[in-house]
Design a protein around this ligand. Structure first.
Ligand code: SF4
Length: 154
């Protein structure tokens, strides 16, 4: 279903709301820029990417990695850097949140760029963050079994 993949069907932001959004973004930046190096996409998926901002990937991938990651975890575009998705994997593993990497993140709605993600959650434009993940290892195990069964059926 389209609504599972995009937020494009959500009502546009009115000029009045944009002003409020800019105001809230100021406070959001105080927390999220130093902690996560937030890139202001307005559609925050930090909670599903091990609290590493996926928008620091030069290709701005929301579902990664791209396939060009080096064997040592280096980025295809900037080989001197580690791939953002490699970091996301390590951090998700550390925090026992690997099962969230199986979730497909929605295609970015560029209209939400430089808007407050907090306001967008409140307005139900984007999903609320997932703070707690229970039984991460069991979920991942089930997903791997499902995946293997699907492949065997092909
Ligand atoms: S290697 Fe990783 S960080 Fe670099 S472009 Fe690909 S997904 Fe993005």
């Amino acid at each position: 279903m389209q609504s599972d993949l995009t937020t494009l069907d959500k009502p546009p932001i009115s000029p009045r709301e944009r002003k409020l959004s800019r105001f809230l973004l100021f406070f959001e930046d105080i927390i999220k820029v130093p902690l996560f190096r937030c890139q202001h996409c307005g559609e925050c998926i930090l909670s599903s990417t091990g609290f590493v901002c996926s928008q620091r990937c030069p290709k701005r991938l929301r579902n990664g990695p791209c396939g060009g990651t080096g064997a040592d975890g280096s980025c295809e575009v900037y080989p001197e850097r580690k791939c953002v998705w490699y970091r996301i994997y390590l951090r998700s593993k550390f925090f026992c949140r690997l099962s969230l990497l199986y979730k497909i993140n929605k295609i970015h709605n560029w209209n939400l760029e430089h808007t407050s993600a907090w306001l967008n959650v409140f307005k139900k434009r984007i999903d609320a963050p997932m703070i707690f993940v229970r039984n991460d290892k069991d979920i991942v195990k089930d997903m791997i079994v499902d995946d293997t069964q699907r492949k065997n059926q092909l």
